[in-house]
Design a protein around this ligand. Structure first.
Ligand SMILES: [Zn+2]
Length: 255
């Protein structure tokens, strides 16, 4: 009787060994996979090469004092920072550390003035500089029948090490003789453009729009293309990480 019992125990034990080995193997494979592809557990990480700000809903938070300091991640962020650093290095102060406006909420009511300009703000491709800075000097220009203003910044140092000395007939401070930094020229040089004043600007300050700069459309299209590529790449990464375990399980269980 004793011999029979031992024989039956031995048969059960022989069964347990391959099952335990299979479970251990599966546990090891799945754990290794999860450790190597943490995105399956925590979702894909969205990163940009901007090294600036943080990412929230595909907009990058800028280190700027503004009501809603966000720009679209990618080119807009980089080109804003490029302009900002250029102003610091050349005019001698951080003019863009404060902005009048940046990103407007998607559901914000369209202002009666400049609907198109609102939309550029809503998609994070525009900023309004701080027009209250007393170093801002604006000079009116007429281009192709439209009214624009060129923005000059009065250089921090007036010892000849910054900008160009000129006598300007400004719209906001009369005639000024000093060393100036041409902000409009610097902005246009890195991809930002100004917009013309709206009709009736003579009677409404809000229609002047000299403070508004938006990314040129050629740069905006590049941003859209980059965003699409990023989305495609993320989709592919997700597909490939899911495809690996399915492939392994198929091999193991033969389905
Ligand atoms: Zn604006």
């Amino acid at each position: 009787m004793e011999y029979e019992t031992n024989k039956s125990d031995g048969r059960e034990k022989r069964w347990h060994i391959p099952v335990a080995a299979l479970i251990t193997f599966l546990f090891t494979v799945i754990s290794t996979f999860l450790l190597m592809n943490s995105s399956v557990l925590f979702g894909p990480k969205v990163t940009t090469a901007d090294d600036v700000g943080t990412i929230e809903d595909n907009f990058c938070r800028m280190a700027v004092d503004a009501p809603s300091p966000y720009l679209r991640c990618g080119s807009p962020v980089k080109l804003f920072e490029k302009l900002r650093q250029n102003v610091i290095a050349t005019a001698g102060f951080d003019f863009l550390a404060k902005c009048g406006d940046m990103k407007r909420h998607e559901k914000a009511k369209f202002s009666k003035l400049g609907v198109a300009n609102d939309s550029k703000h809503k998609i994070g491709l525009a900023f309004d500089y701080n027009q209250e800075d007393d170093r801002v000097l604006i000079v009116r220009e007429y281009i192709a029948g439209l009214t624009y203003w060129r923005t000059y910044l009065r250089c921090e140092k007036q010892d000849g090490t910054c900008g160009v000395r000129a006598d300007l007939d400004t719209d906001n401070a009369g005639r000024v003789s000093a060393y100036f930094f041409d902000f409009t020229n610097a902005a246009e040089g890195v991809g930002w453009e100004r917009i013309p004043a709206q009709k009736g600007w003579e009677y409404s300050w809000k229609k002047k729009e000299f403070w508004h700069y938006q990314l040129k459309s050629s740069f905006s299209e590049r941003t859209e293309a980059t965003a699409d590529t990023k989305k495609d790449r993320m989709q592919k990464e997700m597909t490939s990480t899911i495809a690996i375990p399915l492939h392994l399980l198929k091999k193991i269980f033969g389905f």
